[in-house]
Structure formats: structure tokens, C-alpha cells
Design a protein. Structure first.
Length: 97
């Protein structure tokens, strides 16, 4: 089935996409959109009854480590790298005068 895209549809899509299209660009966009819709119709003809939907093309595994609670938070080591520290935090120069 050949999908025919109207000029109004192309104008509306152009407004939504905030595009200003020339007449040639509108004609090309109409042709491309029609071809895309035709291709989608062809895909809808495929029998997918026994096909399981997928979210990723590769198997997804949890790559994060387990949360391990500890009393050591590393703040002392972090502050040891600071040029200056005060009251358990970084001391930085004043930036607003």
C-alpha cells in the first residue's frame, strides 16, 4: 500500500521539529516518510507470534558489585590530598567578591 503524505502533514511535522523546509526538501521529506510507512507495513506482515520481545540485543547482566557496608568512608584519605582543609571539609578560595 502506497502511503501518501499530505502537505499539511509535512508542514505540521516541520513546525513540531522547528524546521523551515524549502519546497524541494518538503517533497523529499514527503517521499521519505511515505517510504518509511510502507516499510513499516511490510514489517507488520511478518509472523511474530512465537517471537519473544527483547529490550537489548545482548544479554544484560548486573555488572555492579554488591554493596558492602563499612565504617570507613575514605574521607580522611580524601582530605589528605586536599591543599587545605577545615572542619572536615575542603577549604577553597572565595570566588565571589
Amino acid at each position: 500500500m502506497m502511503h501518501i503524505i499530505s502537505d499539511e502533514t509535512i508542514d505540521y511535522v516541520g513546525i513540531l521539529a522547528k524546521l523551515e523546509l524549502s519546497k524541494e526538501e518538503k517533497a523529499r521529506a514527503k517521499k521519505d516518510m511515505g517510504e518509511m510507512l510502507d516499510y513499516i507495513d511490510r514489517l507488520n506482515e511478518l509472523d511474530t507470534t512465537n517471537i519473544e520481545p527483547m529490550t537489548h540485543i545482548f544479554p544484560v547482566e548486573n555488572v555492579f558489585r554488591e554493596d558492602i557496608s563499612s565504617e570507613k568512608d575514605g574521607s580522611r584519605e580524601t582530605l589528605a590530598n586536599a591543599p587545605e582543609s577545615k572542619d572536615g571539609g575542603f577549604l577553597v578560595p572565595k570566588t565571589i567578591v
